[in-house]
Design a protein. Sequence first.
Length: 519
Amino acid sequence: MTTLKIRLTAKLISLIVLHCQAQNAVPSIENFRIERLNNELTIHFDANDSDNTALEISCKLFSADGATLHEEIYPQLITGDIGFPVAAGQNKSIVVSLDPQQAHALLRVLLKVSDREPINMVDLLKEVSPDRLSESVYALQGIRNNRNQAFYDSVRQGLLERLGEHLPTRRLEITLPQQSCVNLEATQFGQVHPSEMVLIDAHYDSYQNAPGADDNASGVAGVLEACRILSKYSTERSLRYIFFDLEEAGLIGSLLYKGSQISPREKIQAVLNYEMIGYYTDEPNTQDLPAGFNILFPEAYDQLIANGRRGDFLTNVANTSSHTLRTIFDRNAKDHVPDLKVISLEVTGNGIIAPDLRRSDHAVFWDNGIPALMLSDGANFRNKKYHTLNDSAHYLNYEFMANIVRATIATAAELAGLEHAGTKSATISLASSSEPGFDKTLRVWLIENRLFIESGEPLNGAKIRLYDAMGTNVHTGTINSNAANASYSIPRNMHTGLYWIHISFNQRTALLNVFHHGQ
């Protein structure tokens, strides 16, 4: 064989290998919207898949009401582009006929588009970007507490917007005597067991005047990256991404969350808590140890000594009730992220015997018998810039961070039951408010950020004013539609709660109320 033929053959083989190894894209749902007419919902969407032409499409309904939260609702009939096979493409629709006797005021619609392919974990973990992690940490570093209220508030809003790019969010605020505590949450609802929650969390506040790059902008960046990647996929259980406030003040955010901000109808299956994940050094004698470490954890101590006490590993901290979760994380790290060294610790009971291992939000879940891990670079036992003005982004190792996020994603994928399918969800307010005085009874209801108005007459030019429960005017606008049943866009940044809608048209007015379920 000539040299030219050898080169051409080698190039052809290379192209074939690259084609075979090309990532199988997850199906995606675009232009997703829902219209309602009486007891009928019409779901419009595009089902895109660059690799497959035949897709499986399913649609499920669940209650979003507090008393019946996550209870599955069975419609009278579902027709349209549903089942298998459905051709990939644009302008798909599903019509859902609801039982008029059902009593749920809030309804969640979950749409799933699957190509029936298995998850390729190698491809999935390649999506983790050290550059994105770096960008997030640099953007977040700064005083994130009430010593710099403007930046603190800006970070809160920015994080809510980042999460909201992918999932529905909640801003959970409680006013305390000295300040407010604002937890931030995004939920990726499961298709089979939506009430079962797998949490990935980090605290976003910082200590006093420290810029808090490692503590804990690194953890926040990790949660954002995990959310960006995992949120494209459908899951059997729900994945919830949380940013806790006031960790530095004594785990206040997580205490309030567990105490009053999660529904009793939701069961937390596992918690993956990031507490400083960015500091790495392969220099000998850079890893210190808490007093008594050699007695409590002799195997881990021997590993550290054999490794020259280098700070080049992730610490996976569990308690007795988190044993299974610890082993699942360790196995996924070993199988899928072999470059990541993990030293795994398991403390008895709820960790009171080792208080240094309770210094983050995971301890709140330990105290409530919930499996939880603290994933950490070791804080002050490695990073001597901890809680100082030098806790800066340029000291961190972003490939190390990326490997930790990869291990977390692999673990969460197993725990939540990740599927090679795209998903979209929407929460619909079915309880309409009505007001006589127009040609027909005026009714309004909300679907996402669309206000639907059933009037029986065109309301083109009608003025709309929205007021929150405290009576503050949060939006003013005009209806521009000649349809008898119009829809109107409201701002996306409105928080969950009750709103009053004032409509004025041709010297007639109506005041109605409606519940908004947030972004």
